[in-house]
Design a protein around this ligand. Structure first.
Ligand code: F6R
Length: 361
């Protein structure tokens, strides 16, 4: 039931403080401030191979950044439809991790089965705990988003990201990369995510105003660095799916290698710019875009310094630890797609040509 909400997507976006909290509690202990020990001994793992499709693939890419940064664990992420048909070269110490809301996506399931047949250890980050992937994998890493009705994935995505970030911290501890103090600090940061997601939901009014303009655009660019790069691609996918506006997500540093040619006064550029170690780099990319007449919308904390250039509109996001920025910034990205679609009058919960679960290739 949608209750007071107009669409399931809107309801599911607003459920995220709870679904993230619930998912994090699976992997982390709020009371002791420790990451729970996992069925897979991360100290004995050489590499992680994540396999997924669509939004789950972007969650996987965010996971990669965390596994490498916090656990020093090499991690590859691949689209399942490519992985399964290209004869990937995998080494024995690799754990294959399927990421999927439904646990039934044909290409992801086939990739998982193939990895298992190769003798690899397998795990599945899935939201439907009775699904084929949940049964097939050696280890089930559940997400607790609850049933997701909207075809465009929202709360399942943030649940996947929550699980992967928490697992990256667990891996860092198991591999001796993270000491007790850092572990407590990272666990605390993760448990702040539900409150900060709730705060991000208050950006509603600002986002609605931006969506009025986005609805008039034919092309939109999303930019980000670090974990904001996969989130930029997720933002572009969400906008495409439900508003049918052409959008692309790019790594901000790639801009000058081609996409900057697309910049004109009609193409809005949405920048995801939390105050992290690469903020200054992103800000200087935005100044370059603004200098070329591109209308920039910078989503950043109010405390972040302003980049040079006219025509940069700011949307204030909550201040947060860089680890949880993908969870907090997912909210404005989802709301932007949602309000743009509502403004255009498209069928938000049932976008044309899309099915909730892709069980055929
Ligand atoms: C996008 C979306 C899809 C799914 C993809 C994988 O909003 O929902 O891109 O993420 O089809 O589905 P699952 O996670 O069920 O494997």
């Amino acid at each position: 039931e949608k209750g007071a909400y107009r669409h399931f997507m809107e309801k599911e976006v607003h459920e995220q403080p709870d679904s993230v909290q619930h998912t994090l509690s699976e992997y982390l202990d709020l009371v002791t401030g420790a990451a729970k020990t996992q069925a897979i001994d991360f100290a004995a793992v050489d590499r992680i191979q994540i396999i997924a499709c669509g939004t789950a693939f972007y969650a996987g890419q965010i996971g990669k950044y965390a596994f490498e940064k916090y656990a020093g664990l090499p991690c590859d992420v691949e689209i399942a439809s490519e992985f399964r048909y290209r004869s990937p070269a995998l080494t024995p110490g690799t754990v294959a991790v399927a990421v999927s809301q439904s646990g039934e996506t044909a290409d992801t399931l086939a990739s998982l089965t193939w990895c298992k047949a190769q003798g690899l250890k397998t795990a599945a980050v899935v939201n439907v705990h009775t699904s084929s992937m949940a049964r097939e994998a050696d280890v089930l890493w559940p997400t607790h988003a609850g049933p997701e009705i909207g075809v465009a994935s929202t709360k399942a995505f943030t649940a996947q990201v929550s699980a992967l970030l928490a697992l990256a911290v667990a891996a860092g501890v198991a591999r001796g990369r993270i000491g007790a103090d850092e572990e407590a600090a990272l666990v605390k940061a993760l448990f702040e995510a539900p409150r900060l997601i709730a705060e991000a939901l208050q950006m509603d009014g600002q986002i609605r105003a931006i969506a009025q303009d986005l609805a008039k655009a034919t092309d939109v660019l999303f930019l980000g660095r670090g974990a904001m790069f996969p989130l930029a691609m997720e933002g572009a996918l969400k906008l495409k799916e439900i508003s049918y506006i052409h959008a692309e997500g790019y790594a901000a540093g790639e801009l000058k290698h081609g996409p900057i040619a697309l910049v004109d006064e009609k193409t809005p550029i949405i920048a995801l710019a939390p105050l992290d170690e690469v903020f200054e780099k992103t800000a200087s990319n935005l100044a370059e875009v603004a200098a070329r007449g591109g209308p920039v919308i910078m989503i950043a904390p109010a405390t972040a310094p302003a980049p040079h250039g006219d025509g940069i509109r700011r949307v204030d996001a909550p201040d947060c630890h860089p680890l949880i920025a993908p969870l907090v910034y997912a909210v404005p990205v989802q709301l932007l797609a949602y309000y743009t679609a509502v403004q255009k009058g498209t069928d938000v919960d049932q976008p044309r040509n899309l099915a909730k679960s892709v069980t055929v290739e």
